[in-house]
Structure formats: structure tokens, C-alpha cells
Design a protein around this ligand. Structure first.
Ligand code: SF4
Length: 410
């Protein structure tokens, strides 16, 4: 019987521990008459050891674990219930929360770095390759480098016209534990070891991109709490990137954070009229307002803002659009990620011509602005940008369940 079922058999409220801060864990321990150091032990077990049930918190005594369980405390990690694996090694997971809501999370071995015009990889990828080794993508093998794409909400309210998640509407925000818990569940599945270097052992390099379902800046407090939890695993915030559609209050708050991921902005158009037609949020905050807010973010050494630009055939992919884009971002320390539109079921867009994509990229690079074409990952399993969740609900055929749910989690 899993811990949730066990806890719900007791007549007490089920209380997930995963996602609580040290202050909250300390308060919980104090309520049970325990010393504060017990909270630190539990914090270590939750976030460093990534335990999946209280039995595994062996630094706590048996009676204390029993006491926690009797009070309704559970680890409460979300559970991988379905997996699809692409021929390129990408895996797409359907992850279920305690209330039965599901989101999607994607594992991309070897990262999702883009390509320059000459076909070489992004700078951060080259840096990674210096010291790290690529290894097998099968679960159970040690990983040295991978990117996890994480969801922040169930559905999304932003309604970008090219995004399948938008078709769901917003169902609810994820909690901090549910956001960080997706990462823990995926790392456990792949038995990834994080942490300090020991002897010849090099810890895995895991990058996180908050680009799954939802708009993180419309769930700002929970998202930032999740970031703080993830840094304890430890995944440094410099290895995290959050993508926003341009939620101004979120950007303004983000500019004041001392611990924060890198920022990507889903721009997708070079002028307000095109952007409004594909991203209605532009009516609330136009491009000029958005760029003004971005200018207030104090960028760290070697940090830049990423502009994501989904190239939609005949909509935003002409050389005139490239010229406009150059004028918009000139003077901002930035790079452009060009994402070739992935066609989805019943979507009114088509893929741009490959020759047009190259010409667009070359024009931007000729202006001295770094531009990368994001390699499409997991196209055969609908794991690419904007394809999450909806495909599970509307077109189950492409999803290949490769293992029963209970063998995947933990
Ligand atoms: S692209 Fe992102 S912000 Fe836009 S609707 Fe989809 S999930 Fe929401």
C-alpha cells in the first residue's frame, strides 16, 4: 500500500512534507515535541536523499517516523503514471498529484541546447562537454547531463494560440512541492546522483527549464518556493531557466530576487499586431512595456536574457520580421532561441520552410545577436514545446506506455 493510501486510511488530514521549507519543517517537529535538528535531518532526507516514503528517513528514529505517520504526514511526491520514450532518448511523463490532477514533465538527455548557424552547439553545452561524459539514456544508468522541463500549473490561462496546453484552460496552480516534486520523481526514476564531487566522481549536471504546462509567473510564490527547494537538492539556480509569456508584475518581482533562475521570454513576434494575434496577453502588456520591465533586471556575469521565438510559417518568419526583431532587442544582453513550429492536431499554423529558418537565423546573427535553432526533441512522442498534456487527452495513440506506473516512480 502506498503512503497516501495508508494515510488516508487514518482519520487524520494527509499532510505532504515534500515542499515544506526548513522553517515549516521545524514548526512541524516542534508541534511533535521534537528538537529543531530533527527538522534539518528530515530536510536532508527529503531534498538530498529524495526519499519516497517516511520509512526511508533512517536518520529519524522508528518511533518518530511512526509518530509522523500517525499525524498524517507523508512524503507526498507526485507519481509518474505514464511514460513515453522518443527515439532520441527524450521521455515524456504524465505525473499525477495527490488529488488526481496530472501534468506533464519531459526529460531530455544531453540537454536541449540549440544550434548556431554553423551547426555547432550552444556555448553552455560546449562548456558542459569539457568535463562531463554522456552516458546511456536508459533508467538505472548514471547520467552526467540532462535537462528536465517542468510544469508550474495544471493547464494555463494565457491562451497562446500556438499552444496545446492553452486549450485546457487553467485548472489550478501547482504547489511548491508539486513543482519541485516533478524533478525529484524524474531524478529518482533515472537514479541521478547530485551533490558534491567525491574523489573521481563527478556529479550529474542537471538543467531545469520551467517551460512545461502553465505560466510560472502566474503562480509566482509557489514557483519561487520550488526554486528554493530545488537548490537544496542541490541544483544551482544558475542551471535553471524560467520562461514567461511576459507577466509584468512577475518580471518586476523577479528583478528583486537574490536567488533566481535565468529568464527566458516567450516573444514570438517582432511587433504588437502579430504578437496580439498569437499571444492575446500582448493587449495587456505590449512589447515596449515588456522590454522596459526586462531592462530593470540586474543581469549577473555571463547572464543574458533569452528570447524564445516560435517560427510560424507565413506569420512571423519573414526577413522583415527578422529586421524588426533585431531593432527590438538591440542593446539588450540577450540571445534568441528560434523554435521551429511543431504542428499539432487541429492547429491553424504550419511549419516554416527550412530555408526560411536558416535565412532568419543568419540575418539575426549578422546583426551580432546570438541566435540558436532549438533542436526539436521528442517530436515522435509529442514532447516538444506547446504540445504537452493536450495530446494525452486528445490523441492517446502516440503515447507508448513503456512500464506500469508502479515500477516507474522512485
Ligand atoms: S505557451 Fe506557455 S504561457 Fe502560452 S498558453 Fe502555453 S503554457 Fe501558457
Amino acid at each position: 500500500m502506498n503512503e497516501l493510501k495508508q494515510a488516508s486510511n487514518l482519520s487524520v488530514e494527509v499532510k505532504p512534507l515534500f515542499g515544506l521549507s526548513l522553517t515549516e519543517l521545524t514548526a512541524a517537529m516542534e508541534r511533535l515535541g521534537q528538537k529543531p535538528y530533527r527538522a534539518s535531518q528530515l530536510q536532508h532526507a527529503l531534498y538530498r536523499q529524495r526519499i519516497t516514503s517516511l520509512d526511508q528517513a533512517t536518520t529519524l528514529s522508528h518511533p518518530l517516523r511512526d509518530k509522523l505517520a500517525a499525524e498524517g504526514y507523508v512524503v507526498g511526491l507526485p507519481e509518474i503514471v505514464q511514460t513515453a520514450r522518443s527515439i532520441d532518448g527524450t521521455e515524456r511523463y504524465l505525473i499525477r498529484m495527490a488529488d488526481g490532477e496530472t501534468v506533464e514533465t519531459v526529460w531530455m538527455p544531453d540537454g536541449d541546447g540549440g544550434e548556431r548557424g554553423d551547426g555547432s552547439q550552444a556555448a553552455e553545452d560546449e562548456e558542459a562537454e569539457d568535463s562531463e561524459t554522456r552516458t546511456s539514456s536508459a533508467p538505472g544508468f548514471p547520467y552526467r547531463r540532462s535537462t528536465i522541463c517542468v510544469s508550474s500549473q495544471v493547464g494555463c490561462a494565457v491562451n497562446c494560440q500556438f499552444c496545446l496546453t492553452a486549450k485546457l484552460g487553467i485548472r489550478r496552480n501547482l504547489t511548491a512541492g508539486e513543482i519541485a516534486g516533478q524533478v525529484a520523481a524524474v531524478l529518482n526514476r533515472h537514479q541521478v546522483e547530485l551533490g558534491s564531487t567525491r574523489g573521481n566522481y563527478t556529479p550529474a549536471r542537471i538543467n531545469l527549464v520551467f517551460m512545461g504546462m502553465g505560466e510560472p509567473f502566474l503562480n509566482y510564490a509557489n514557483f519561487m518556493d520550488a526554486v528554493r527547494i530545488l537548490t537544496q537538492m542541490p541544483i544551482p539556480e544558475s542551471r535553471m531557466t524560467v520562461s514567461t509569456s511576459g507577466i509584468l508584475p512577475g518580471i518586476e518581482q523577479f528583478a528583486t530576487e537574490t536567488v533566481r533562475p535565468k529568464l527566458a521570454v516567450s516573444l514570438n513576434a517582432s511587433n504588437d499586431s502579430v504578437r496580439e494575434s498569437i499571444m492575446p496577453i500582448t493587449r495587456k502588456w505590449n512589447i515596449a512595456t515588456l522590454l522596459e520591465a526586462l531592462a530593470t533586471i540586474p543581469l549577473r556575469t555571463r547572464e543574458w536574457i533569452t528570447f524564445e521565438y516560435v517560427l510560424l510559417g507565413g506569420i512571423n518568419d519573414s526577413l522583415e520580421h527578422a529586421e524588426e526583431l533585431i531593432d527590438l532587442v538591440r542593446g539588450i544582453r540577450c540571445k534568441i532561441n528560434l523554435i521551429v513550429w511543431n504542428s499539432g492536431p487541429n492547429m491553424p499554423f504550419h511549419e516554416p520552410l527550412q530555408s526560411g529558418v536558416s535565412a532568419f537565423q543568419k540575418r539575426i546573427m549578422a546583426a551580432g545577436i546570438p541566435a540558436y535553432i532549438r533542436r526539436p526533441r521528442g517530436r515522435d512522442i509529442f514532447a516538444a514545446c506547446g504540445q504537452l498534456k493536450r495530446t494525452v487527452e486528445s490523441a492517446p495513440a502516440p503515447l507508448i506506455a513503456i512500464a506500469p506506473a508502479d515500477t516507474l516512480a522512485g
